[in-house]
Design a protein around this ligand. Structure first.
Ligand SMILES: Cc1cc2nc3c(=O)[nH]c(=O)nc-3n(C[C@H](O)[C@H](O)[C@H](O)COP(=O)(O)OP(=O)(O)OC[C@H]3O[C@@H](n4cnc5c(N)ncnc54)[C@H](O)[C@@H]3O)c2cc1C
Length: 486
């Protein structure tokens, strides 16, 4: 049941005219790329690079994010934002959050999941339990029709679309011979096979993704030789992987799907950046932004790297696609490359988001288009950027091309809040494009992904208390007869 049980009227703080302005600007700047299949050059759209005619206000650099920093308490703590969530999803969220809150139970679950994955998937009772309580919660399915159903369900909740990520990791068997020409031939055959598997999965993902949505790819997923090339910082991929990347970009361009290249370990990142920038240069032409690089803002070097990339895009005249995240390899990347404190990472993240979202206003005649994906579960950062876009709309400026993404099965209260108005903060409904990051694949293929999500829940459990009580309250509201509807 997806009915919205609690909708609140817009207050005078969010007047209708402002609402219309924002929707109009959003549509003009990014809507057409999100809504329509393909990136047709025949119907050029007005973008941040070509300010709206109605933007009569002189385009000036945005004053300061702090000037419009929204109230600290996110709307999902004030509004009944979970009313949209179907009851099974509510129950699964509660179950997972409660398991995660008991470390010994979670540790046992993780151990069992990793150690006995084959046994679990072959034992009907365990397979069904894992399927119903975890797989369905975090994963989109394994076939085109299952994925389409999941995407449809997410759209009904108010999300614009998805970022599809294929869970299958390529097999990495050792070589059976140890030296000589035979070893080289075997390694080459293995490389071709691994890149072939990766390409097959990625192209399927593009075929399964709705036009206008995103597909996330990881270079390291293409096997041993590709990982070696990344770690040795090769200037370019070899012909086999270059050919595979070309096919992926071409398939994405033809379908109108955008490719997000994930950021990985710091020791691989320089090569990932370079190869991705080459792809951007080739495919982000005209009105198109097909390729996005990812910037991990916990790395001290990221603001500099991102600025250099933006300058390169400008000087070579191609559009810049950026996904910004905080960074997932805190435990394995060199500590001295990472900001000393979480507060420093937060500040770097917010500054990067602001820089990207104000590029078109800071450059009165921007030659290129900047498109941004914010991958984060941090409500404070997201509300800052939402406020900034709101400010641009009400100042008559073109609104930055920014979308927001959270993982499917996580931070649902945040994602849902972004699909709704928040009168107290002056946010209007429809101002945010929210894309859930969903992993697809068979249950066997997704098991390691599920284990990683469980581990992440363990790390996040300290801050999950508020979230748990939100879910409990919503459940009580649904199941208590004559309960108030807000
Ligand atoms: C849609 C999406 C796509 C993603 N893609 C990628 C990707 O391609 N590559 C990747 O690496 N990650 C990726 N991530 C994960 C992301 O990097 C974060 O690990 C995760 O989202 C948690 O950060 P947060 O912004 O949600 O907020 P928070 O929970 O507020 O921040 C947690 C993060 O802060 C940082 N941090 C924590 N403690 C410290 C400290 N003491 N000092 C410095 N920094 C600290 C770490 O990065 C940590 O992950 C993605 C996440 C999402 C939602």
């Amino acid at each position: 049941m997806l009915a919205i049980r609690n909708t609140r009227a817009l207050s005078t703080k969010a007047p209708l005219i402002q609402h219309r302005l924002l929707l109009a600007s959003s549509r003009a700047v990014c809507g057409s790329k999100i809504q329509h299949a393909g990136f047709s050059n025949k119907t050029p759209v007005q973008t941040a690079t070509h300010p709206l005619k109605s933007a009569a206000v002189p385009v000036a650099g945005y004053q300061s994010m702090t000037a419009t920093t929204p109230p600290a308490s996110p709307s999902f703590q004030q509004n009944n934002i979970l009313a949209k969530l179907p009851t099974p999803a509510l129950l699964r969220n509660l179950l997972i959050q409660n398991i995660s809150a008991i470390p010994p139970v979670l540790s046992f679950f993780l151990f069992f999941l990793k150690r006995y994955s084959n046994f679990i998937t072959k034992t009907p009772v365990l397979r069904h339990a894992l399927h119903y309580f975890f797989y369905v919660h975090y994963c989109a399915g394994a076939t085109k029709s299952e994925i389409a159903r999941t995407v449809e369900g997410l759209r009904k909740l108010g999300y614009k679309g998805v970022i599809l990520n294929y869970a299958k990791e390529v097999e990495m068997p050792g070589l059976s011979v140890t030296s000589g020409a035979e070893k080289a031939a075997q390694a080459q055959a293995l490389h071709e096979q691994q890149v072939g598997q990766w390409l097959d999965g990625t192209v399927k993902g593009i075929a399964y993704a709705p036009a206008g949505d995103y597909v996330a790819i990881k270079f390291s997923g293409a096997g041993t030789r590709v990982v070696e090339m990344l770690e040795h910082n090769h200037v370019k991929p070899d012909d086999i992987f270059a050919d595979a990347l070309e096919k992926v970009c071409e398939a994405a361009r033809q379908k109108g799907v955008k490719i997000l290249v994930d950021a990985e370990h710091q020791c691989q990142q320089a090569a990932i950046d370079r190869w991705t920038m080459d792809m951007m240069e080739k495919y982000n032409k005209g009105d198109n932004v097909v390729i996005f690089n990812t910037y991990q803002m916990y790395l001290k070097a990221s603001p500099r790297v991102m600025s250099q990339h933006l300058a390169t895009a400008e000087s070579r005249n191609f559009n810049f696609g950026a996904k910004i995240v905080r960074g997932a390899y805190l435990g394995s990347d060199p500590r001295d490359a990472i900001h000393d404190t979480k507060a420093d990472t937060d500040a770097a993240f917010d500054a990067a988001a602001e820089k990207l979202a104000t590029y078109h206003t800071a450059n009165p005649r921007p030659a290129i288009k900047v498109s941004t994906v914010i991958g984060s579960h941090n409500a404070t950062s997201i509300r800052k950027i939402r406020a900034l876009r709101q400010h641009q709309a009400s100042a008559g400026q073109p609104v930055a091309e920014v979308v927001f993404s959270q993982l499917m099965g996580m931070a649902d209260e945040l994602s849902l809040s972004l699909t709704e108005a928040d009168p107290e903060a002056g946010f209007v409904k429809g101002d945010c494009g929210v894309y859930k990051y969903v992993t697809w694949g068979t249950m066997q293929e997704c098991i390691m992904y599920l284990a990683r999500r469980a581990e992440e829940n363990r790390d996040a459990v300290a801050c999950a208390r508020d979230s748990r009580s939100l879910f409990w309250n919503e459940l009580k509201r649904r199941w208590t007869p004559f309960a108030k509807s807000s």
